[in-house]
Design a protein around this ligand. Structure first.
Ligand code: SER
Length: 935
């Protein structure tokens, strides 16, 4: 039975038993801080078990993507270990319990219509005192007692050993089903039925609190049951995994031999690349910590395998399409990100491969030192150095050490890494945040009550003043920049990308202007200056936020959410926020996307944002339990830390984000969203800058003016982009002709000579300006200036090219014929009006190719006050000590210039075209003197 079919049968079976089919949840659960990756099918339902959410259904079934790193070292070595795997599960939330769970598991496994397994090959285990489960197996299913075993909490509790050693959370006794293979090999656990009825809270005894209801959580590893059904001895040989293993072998130009060391490597590559494909698909890129570090570690381990079979170039990325193909049926979305994922993997491979050789050499040296010292342990400091300098993850080092039976000093490693972070300044930054006087105020005030969601002004009390290194009782203008702490504050303190508020604090005898608001823990810091009279600790002040600015910030922040939605609509769900900065009517938004966003996409994103703005839907915020936010589909960002309860901001029905910022009340208040620019920030991350409200409107007006002005300059009626491209091409062509010394035949004028400008509609103007910005690589605001420059350049080039047409270029023979002969050499000194440097150099070359002792000096007037001098000397004369460089250095002053160069060729500029003849005469005289003096 194919794995795809098996997966579908399972889900179909449980749907037929009244279960709601739930799609696999994400691999990286943003809301669950207790895990890095989803470790089991039940994880997405934790809150259901705990009774934290409103239950829309009480029976569910799913096939969940999971990733566990606990057994990472066994991957490839054993038949059944994976990092990434899929788990089939059925769940009951206070609905059915043991009887149905057991009966249905048995029916699914043994009935012909479903898996039709031989009942005689199955046995079960139950928890020590679980008479109820044992009774059901024996009396209702009819299993003989010999095939029902009772085991302790290590085996038959989930999580294993939960009662005595945790973790805290939902747990319960379980019953496992085993399959006994016909070849007599060891039995395999295929299904775990967990009777989830407790919430573990703290250490024993009395730490198992009954849950509000009795639940069921079953988990069956898809790969394992597939291996059983397909009669293969390892999960890696099932239909959806073996092709990846074989593709790995093929890339390594080897045959896959299961029992060999390389066989193990190929299985490990297959597992790790599959895990990383799924993680990177969800925007978890290789990095230094947490989930990102796991991805890095897996990739590097697989790259090391490749390196050990002789590969020196990135290879793993080539397996991504195979992974996507194998997993296509349940996860078609993987197909959409193959290129991005492969690209991320290839970069990480490259980065590691660059360092790996050095790393391995260093590692060997460390091993020889260990041998020599007789102390059979890798020192922590060595491991830290190997990681930092050569990128070898310590876990990888430890594994290799273990293979050589060498211990690994983890404590030493951690200590060395801690020390490193002090040296590299991480700690210094932490210390910076706790400056003296503010700390003292903080310890008294503890927290500021934030009132800014409801109001923009309030009466409150000054609780502390800090200026420089001092804590003050009274502040005047003379004290300069200061920090004020209040009991309550309507000022928003910078966080979540939104800038701090500005405004005024008006006291009984003075005024303080707030230019920025920050927070330190729970205390708000109002940063600014006393602008009138004095402010005292204890003063009652009216704290008033600059309301116009605040409104502009609110527009920009709500627009950020709208834009986020539009980006995902247009580009796909991978286009997730990676960072943002929100100020007054200006926002910067970083998001994941492998490539530059096409102009058509940008136009669509902008148009969709504006449609959403105009739909005039309410914007609201509510503080709700994290579980509820998740159930209602709130967007959560990778790497963000969320409190519980959370604040969820909704815009109509289309956007739900967890956010602490200040927002408009209705989307229409945003007015307008204009995307100003799109650029790359780092590999895989793009940045959009956009304007809102009046600034966006101003930008629009400017755009229209820019388009019109530039069109008038170029005398085009509508197609400005075409005209700019034409002008660029024409200038390029002219330069080519001038360099080649050709006259103006084909270049022509770039102007279209259309005098009536008809403004296209705004969308066309935007598209045209966006394209022009990209073509010229400048922001829109510089377009007019650049167009003017290009046009001026065009005129100059045209003039030059026309001049070229009027000059007669002498041939080498003509030049030589007119040369002055002195001391066995010829001297040529000529004006070449209209000549350019390239042309002059070419002529000099032609003369020198005649293989005669010759010195050539050419001068050209280049505009009203510019002279160009180029001189060359043949090989024979260079050998006699004559230098073209010296020649121009000595003579250029005659045209008010200077310059130099090499002995065989030199160039100089001057400012007095009227003295060209004088200069040429001097050149002849100088050279004659040199030659006659024996050079
Ligand atoms: N949570 C249990 C497991 O992971 C059953 O789904 O094994």
């Amino acid at each position: 039975m194919k794995t795809d079919e098996l997966r579908e049968k399972y889900l179909e079976f449980f749907q037929s038993k009244g279960h709601r089919l739930c799609a696999s949840d994400v691999l990286v659960p943003r809301w669950d801080k207790s895990v890095l990756f989803t470790p089991a099918g039940m994880n997405p339902f934790k809150d259901h078990f705990l009774g934290k959410v409103h239950l829309e259904f009480t029976r569910a079934t799913s096939c969940q993507k999971c990733l566990r790193t606990g057994d990472i070292d066994n991957v490839g070595r054993t038949a059944y270990h994976h990092t990434f795997f899929e788990m089939l599960g059925n769940f009951s939330f206070g609905d059915y319990f043991k009887r149905e769970a057991i009966a249905w598991a048995w029916e699914f496994l043994t009935e012909k219509k479903w898996l039709g397994m031989d009942a005689n090959r199955l046995s079960v285990t139950v928890y020590l005192d679980d008479d109820e489960a044992a009774g059901i197996w024996q009396n209702e299913i009819g299993l003989p007692p010999a095939r029902i075993q009772r085991l302790d909490e290590k085996e038959n509790f989930w999580p294993a050993s939960a009662p005595s050693s945790g973790p805290d959370g939902v747990c319960g006794p379980c019953s496992e089903i085993y399959f006994h293979p016909p070849d007599g090999s060891k039995e395999v656990e295929i299904w775990n039925l967990v009777f989830t009825q407790f919430n573990r809270d703290g250490a024993p005894p009395d730490n198992l609190k009954p849950l509000p209801s009795k639940n069921i959580d079953t988990g069956m590893g898809l790969e394992r049951i597939a291996a059983t059904m397909q009669g293969v001895t390892t999960n890696y040989h099932i239909d959806i995994l073996r092709p990846i293993v074989e593709a790995a072998a093929e890339i390594c130009q080897q045959k896959y031999e299961p029992a060999s060391e390389n066989g193990r490597r190929f299985r490990r590559m297959a597992d790790h690349v599959r895990a990383c494909t799924f993680a990177i698909h969800e925007n978890v890129y290789p990095g230094p910590a947490k989930q990102e570090y796991v991805v890095r570690r897996l990739l590097r381990r697989a790259v090391l395998d490749g390196h050990q079979v002789g590969l020196r170039d990135p290879f793993l990325f080539q397996l991504v399409p195979t992974v996507a193909e194998m997993m296509r049926r349940p996860y078609p979305e993987l197909g959409e990100t193959v290129e991005r994922v492969a690209d991320v993997i290839r970069r990480e491979e490259n980065a590691f491969l660059e360092k790996i050789d050095g790393g391995l050499v260093r590692m060997e040296r460390i091993f020889s030192q260990i041998q020599a010292s007789g102390r059979n342990e890798v020192k922590g400091a060595d491991a830290a150095e190997l990681y930092q300098t050569h990128g070898v993850p310590p876990e990888m080092f430890e594994q290799i050490a273990r293979e050589r039976e060498v211990a690994f000093d983890w404590d030493g490693y951690r200590a060395a890494m801690d020390q490193h972070s002090i040296r590299s300044g991480t700690l210094a930054e932490t210390v910076m945040g706790s400056f003296g006087p503010v700390d003292a105020i903080k310890s008294e005030v503890k927290s500021t009550l934030f009132l800014g969601y409801e109001s923009e002004s309030c009466r409150t009390t000054v609780r502390g003043i800090a200026a420089g290194e001092s804590r003050l009782e009274v502040l005047t203008a003379a004290d300069g920049k200061a920090i004020l702490v209040l009991s309550e504050s309507p000022f928003y303190a910078e966080s979540g990308g939104q800038v701090g508020d500005q405004g005024v604090l008006g006291g009984p005898s003075g005024e303080f202007h707030v230019v920025d608001t920050q927070k330190d823990g729970d205390v708000w810091l109002h940063i600014g200056q006393c602008t009138r009279g004095e402010i005292r600790v204890g003063d009652e002040v009216q704290a008033t936020v600059d309301a116009d600015r605040r409104s502009a910030i609110r527009r920009a922040h709500s627009a950020t959410h709208v834009l986020h939605f539009a980006l995902q609509q247009q580009l796909g769900s991978h286009a997730q926020q990676r960072g943002s900065k929100v100020t007054d009517d200006l926002l910067r938004f970083d998001f994941s996307n492998p490539d530059r966003v096409a102009i058509q996409d940008l136009d669509q994103i902008e148009a969709e944002s504006n449609r959403r703005v105009k739909s005039a839907v309410p914007v609201s915020a509510e503080v709700i339990p994290m579980a509820e936010a998740r159930q209602r589909g709130a967007m959560m960002l990778f790497g963000e830390k969320y409190p519980d309860p959370v604040r969820m901001v909704s815009i109509g029905e289309f956007s739900r984000e967890l956010c602490g910022g200040t927002h408009v009340n209705n989307s229409a208040e945003i007015g307008l969203v204009e995307v100003v620019s799109e650029e790359g920030v780092s590999s895989g991350t793009r940045r959009i800058e956009a304007l809102t409200g009046p600034r966006a409107e101003e930008f629009r007006r400017n755009a229209l003016t820019i388009h019109e002005t530039a069109s008038r300059i170029l005398q085009v009626g509508g197609d400005l982009l075409g005209a700019v491209e034409h002008l660029l091409a024409a200038n390029k062509e002219l330069k080519k002709q001038i360099d080649a010394g050709k006259s103006a035949d084909a270049a022509g004028d770039s102007r279209h000579a259309v005098s009536v400008y008809t403004a296209p509609d705004y969308a066309a103007v935007r598209e045209s300006l966006r394209s022009i910005s990209r073509v010229l690589n400048i922001p829109q605001s510089q377009i007019v200036e650049r167009v003017q420059t290009l046009l001026n350049e065009h005129a100059q080039l045209l003039e030059q090219v026309t001049q070229l047409g009027s000059i007669t270029i002498p041939t080498a023979e003509e030049l030589l014929a007119a040369a002055v002969e002195t001391a066995g050499a010829r001297i040529i000194a000529r004006e070449l009006s209209g000549g350019n440097a390239n042309l002059m150099r070419q002529l000099i070359d032609q003369v020198r190719q005649k293989n005669l002792p010759v010195a050539i000096y050419l001068a050209a007037a280049n505009g009203p006050d510019k002279v160009l001098l180029v001189a060359g000397v043949s090989r024979e004369l260079v050998a006699r000590g004559v230098s073209a460089g010296d020649w121009v250095r000595e003579t250029a002053p005659a045209v008010g210039g200077g310059g130099g160069g090499k002995p065989d060729l030199a160039q100089a500029g001057g400012k007095q075209p009227e003295n060209i003849q004088l200069c040429l005469k001097k050149a002849t005289d100088v050279m004659t003197a040199w030659l006659e003096s024996g050079k």
